[in-house]
Design a protein around this ligand. Structure first.
Ligand code: ATP
Length: 320
């Protein structure tokens, strides 16, 4: 079967409620739909309890959706997993502490019809020197690399990783993502859940943001970042300067994404790279109440996932 052109993941209107004894059911995932194409690197980003793990569990066939459906390479999840098309790192599940790294990987390899050579996978995940190390003696970062090695044994087309760097320090995290980049370069499709904004920003090409069980944004990470490049500028212009300044601003605006509003003598400008406009406004005699603000990616994320009450703006107030 040629899987290269088949959608890697299809999630259609997934919904899942958990029934809690004596309490209201918890709506963990509500009408979640997305498609992931072969070769994409996608972050599933969201705060605690957003529904990321529940979504991943449905994708992996570990929990059944109440309604909706999902397929991996056009197949039921379990079938795709049994065929070795999917490599998984889950948040939970313990490894056998008494075994060595090499023993466990050899055992896992023996369960597949056509596994990758264990030595090759160990080299790829920087575990060769740890082959004889007991799993119980491995650090958190080494354990996660071992989990990655386990996921790579069947030579999967798609890696699904649920918070793969949870508990790692900064260096271990950096090392892990460097290894993942090699996997992405090798052409594997990668979907990972995270609550680290920087991981999505630095590693994913596309970011799906979840909050309270729903998707609140699904766009290229570059678009998401571009939102944060947007600046807002306001200033009061001296009446005698207004016409000249507006002419100047309209000229500067050509070919930009600036949106200009004039209310009385107050100028409002929104867009990216507003610095030349700021310079023109500040150079006009009598300008007052100048203010320029820009949102950070953190602000965008908060605005999408909170009730907006925490949204802050990074403002550079330049009173004139
Ligand atoms: N087995 C369960 N029984 C009851 N509620 C559950 C169960 N599993 C998850 N939930 C609830 O469903 C919601 C979504 O949880 P989920 O673990 O999918 O979120 P998450 O985004 O993965 O969070 P985290 O980043 O903390 O892992 C939460 O409110 C959680 O408490």
């Amino acid at each position: 079967m040629n899987t290269t052109n088949i959608t890697a993941i299809t999630a259609e209107s997934l919904r899942k409620r958990f029934h809690v004894k004596g309490g209201e059911p918890v709506l963990a995932v509500d009408d979640v739909s997305f498609r992931i194409n072969p070769g994409e690197i996608v972050a599933l980003l969201g705060p605690n309890g957003a529904g990321k793990t529940t979504t991943i569990d449905m994708l992996l066939g570990l929990t059944a959706p109440e309604s909706g459906r999902c397929t991996l390479y056009g197949m039921a999840p379990k079938k795709a997993i049994n065929r070795g098309l999917i490599g998984v790192i889950q948040q939970t599940g313990s490894l056998i502490n008494e075994w060595t790294v090499g023993q466990l990987l050899s055992y896992i390899a023996s369960t597949y019809a056509v596994p990758r050579p264990v030595e090759e996978v160990m080299a790829e995940t920087d575990l060769t020197k740890l082959a004889r190390r007991r799993i119980g003696k491995c650090s958190g970062g080494q354990i996660q690399r071992l989990r990655l090695a386990i996921a790579l044994i069947p030579d999967p087309l798609l890696l699904i990783l649920d918070e793969p760097t949870a508990g790692m320090d900064v260096n271990a995290r950096r090392k892990f993502w460097a290894l993942m980049r090699e996997q992405a370069n090798a052409g594997r499709t990668i979907v990972f859940a995270t609550h680290y904004l920087t991981e999505a920003e630095e590693f994913a090409e596309r970011t799906i943001i979840m909050a309270e069980g729903s998707i609140v944004a699904d766009e290229s990470t570059a678009t998401l970042r571009a939102r944060t490049l947007k600046q807002h500028l306001t200033a009061n212009i001296a009446p005698a300067q207004l016409d000249t300044l507006l002419q100047q601003l309209r000229k500067l605006r050509i070919g930009t994404d600036w949106h200009l509003d004039v209310i009385g003598h107050r100028v409002k400008l929104e867009g990216t790279a507003l610095e030349p406009a700021a310079l023109a406004i500040l150079s006009a005699p009598g300008t007052s109440g100048f203010e320029m603000t820009s949102a950070t990616l953190e602000d965008t994320f908060r605005a999408l996932t909170d009730d907006n009450s925490n949204t802050s703006q990074n403002s550079q107030n330049l009173e004139v």
